[in-house]
Design a binder for this molecule. Structure first.
Ligand code: ZN
Length: 253
């Protein structure tokens, strides 16, 4: 029937069954592709940094959602993630019981917005907690194809002793040996204090990067570090005094 002709009666309508071959490709987008390429080739996570608000995002993306400007600054990060939230499931997608519980979590990185949702492995210990530092366990380079499944899971990093070897070598240099020098130990004490860094995340992140590379801090940065150290000390004091005055059972959550 020519395209301009119209059906005038319902009985003229016909139907037939067949299959239409559909082919599609999922594209991860420009920045998404860069992220995947870096993961595949170098086993690292690529982030984007906004030149205006200085926010950093993982995975790398093209535009800053706050400033609506293109983010041209992309670089890989070499730091452990931490567990932001997690849950365990006992059934698969079909509703069948799984052999073992599967734990899925949101892994975030200090000073970086966004995160990666992935499987979490409990490792040797059975405990898994919010804030626990984790590192990715990746497929062998030859098996990686640039998919998020190139990450097998995130595993807890042991932080009990700095001399302990960590499975993922890159995380090792983040194991700060306290007392090596003042900046290091100060940074360490800020991190250990549990002080909610939030708005200072970027500052701490850049200080950490410099300190870990053994670079000297500028006078301004040194001042910032000390200011944060003071805040962390106050925070620790406040936490301590509230734990002394309040019954332990009111502190949960
Ligand atoms: Zn921005």
């Amino acid at each position: 029937m020519p395209i301009l002709e119209k059906l005038t009666q319902q009985s003229q309508a016909r139907h037939w069954t067949d299959s239409i071959p559909l082919e599609f490709h999922y594209t991860a987008g420009v920045a998404g592709e860069e992220f995947r390429r870096e993961l595949r080739d170098n086993g690292r996570f690529l982030v984007s940094k906004c030149s205006k608000c200085k926010s950093t995002y993982i995975p790398a993306r093209m535009y800053c959602p706050s400033c609506f400007i293109e983010m041209k600054d992309q670089f890989p990060i070499d730091k452990p993630g931490y567990v932001y939230s997690f849950t365990s499931v006992n059934r698969d997608r079909a509703g069948a019981d799984t052999e073992l519980p599967i734990t899925v979590g949101l892994v975030k990185f200090e000073g970086v917005k966004g995160g990666i949702v992935h499987l979490l492995e409990r490792g040797d210990s059975d405990r898994l907690s919010i804030g626990m530092k984790v590192s990715p366990s990746l497929k062998n380079p030859s098996e990686r194809g640039g998919a998020i499944t190139d990450i097998l899971a995130f595993k807890p990093i042991s932080t009990e002793s700095s001399s302990k070897t960590v499975e993922v070598g890159k995380a090792e240099r983040w194991e700060v040996g306290a007392g090596e020098n003042q900046a290091r130990s100060l940074l360490h004490s800020i991190e250990e204090s549990g002080y909610p860094v939030e708005e200072d995340e970027m500052t701490i992140s850049s200080l950490r990067s410099k300190i870990s590379k053994g670079e000297l801090l500028t006078r301004e940065e040194d001042r910032l570090l000390h200011r944060l150290g003071d805040k962390a000390r106050e925070w620790r004091k406040a936490v301590k005094s509230s734990s002394e005055t309040e019954p332990a059972d009111t502190l949960s959550g």
